[in-house]
Design a protein around this ligand. Structure first.
Ligand code: GDP
Length: 138
């Protein structure tokens, strides 16, 4: 069973969308195996997004991720990484397909409500960045 990592971002938590997003996750056959609600610090957000550190939006993105609590999640199903990317929709909600989470809930390109790992190696890094082995209960 493949695991992926997700974040319900500050814009969605702030608008009380945790339940609606979890419903989409479970309703699409994913099993949640770890979850916590935390406030990220800037160094933690910078470490998480280190691959983007040369991008012009790095400062805005990492500061935005610390503006309020987020929900960190690990969930699993066959082909979970790709399936979650599809359910999230395109990075920019203006380009996202109908029925995706970003199309339905995101505010803009930055405040796009959810994060999802994009490959096996990033999923492994992101899961272990926030969760210890004993916090993941399949
Ligand atoms: P994702 O994998 O779909 O989340 O997209 P990326 O890995 O390309 O970007 C990471 C996150 O940075 C996105 O989810 C957005 O929150 C944010 N982001 C991406 N592109 C931009 C941009 O051009 N401007 C700003 N402000 N934020 C961006």
């Amino acid at each position: 069973m493949e695991k992926t990592f997700a974040i319900i971002k500050p814009d969605a938590v702030e608008r009380n969308l945790i339940g609606k997003i979890l419903e989409r996750i479970e309703g699409n056959g994913f099993r949640i195996v770890a979850m916590k609600r935390v406030l990220l610090t800037l160094p933690i957000a910078q470490g998480f997004y280190h691959v983007h550190k040369e991008r012009p939006f790095f400062k805005d993105l990492t500061e935005y991720m610390c503006t309020g609590p987020v929900v960190l999640l690990v969930f699993e199903k066959e082909g979970a990484i790709k399936a979650w990317r599809e359910l999230m929709g395109a990075t920019n909600p203006a380009d996202a397909d109908a029925g995706t989470i970003r199309k339905d809930f995101a505010i803009d390109l930055e405040k796009n409500s959810v994060h999802g790992s994009d490959a096996r190696d990033t999923a492994a890094f992101e899961i272990s960045y926030f969760f210890s082995q004993t916090e993941i209960l399949s």
